[in-house]
Design a protein around this ligand. Structure first.
Ligand code: CO
Length: 135
């Protein structure tokens, strides 16, 4: 089951500049910074009520975020929904004909298991499913 709009992922050119701007915009400091080295991405998270903003900066030439910003410019990169059982939702979406970008849930930032749905399956929007990893 989809339970929450967990976060919006925003792709940015300059993560430090974007962090300073969003700190001003939201009137709050980020609660977490985390590198996801396997994806060539640095992330900064802000809490906004029950949801979050995830700023994404590419750290390598072949990072998906670096390529996204080069191709499309800065902006909304993905929409993330919290799910209560990521494997069950992945199975359900496969049966519904959605194209998933990973076969198995993978470890994402902010202590989540994640899976992405191809934008061509979702009217041009990259959709992330995420499930909190229980500590
Ligand atoms: Co995300």
């Amino acid at each position: 089951m989809f339970t929450n709009l967990e976060h919006l992922g925003l792709a940015v050119q300059d993560l430090e500049a974007a962090t300073a701007l969003y700190t001003k915009l939201l009137g709050a400091e980020p609660y977490k910074r985390e590198a996801v080295e396997s994806e060539g991405v640095d992330t900064v998270f802000f809490q906004v009520g029950g949801s979050k903003i995830e700023l994404l900066g590419g750290t390598t030439e072949d990072s998906a975020i670096t390529k996204f910003v080069a191709r499309k410019g800065e902006g909304i990169h993905h929409v993330a929904f919290e799910v209560d059982d990521i494997r069950a939702e992945m199975q359900r979406l496969r049966q519904e004909g959605f194209v998933l970008l990973n076969e198995e849930p993978k470890r994402g930032a902010d202590n989540k298991l994640v899976c992405f749905v191809h934008p061509k399956s979702a009217h041009g929007v990259l959709v992330e499913l995420c499930q909190s990893i229980k500590e």
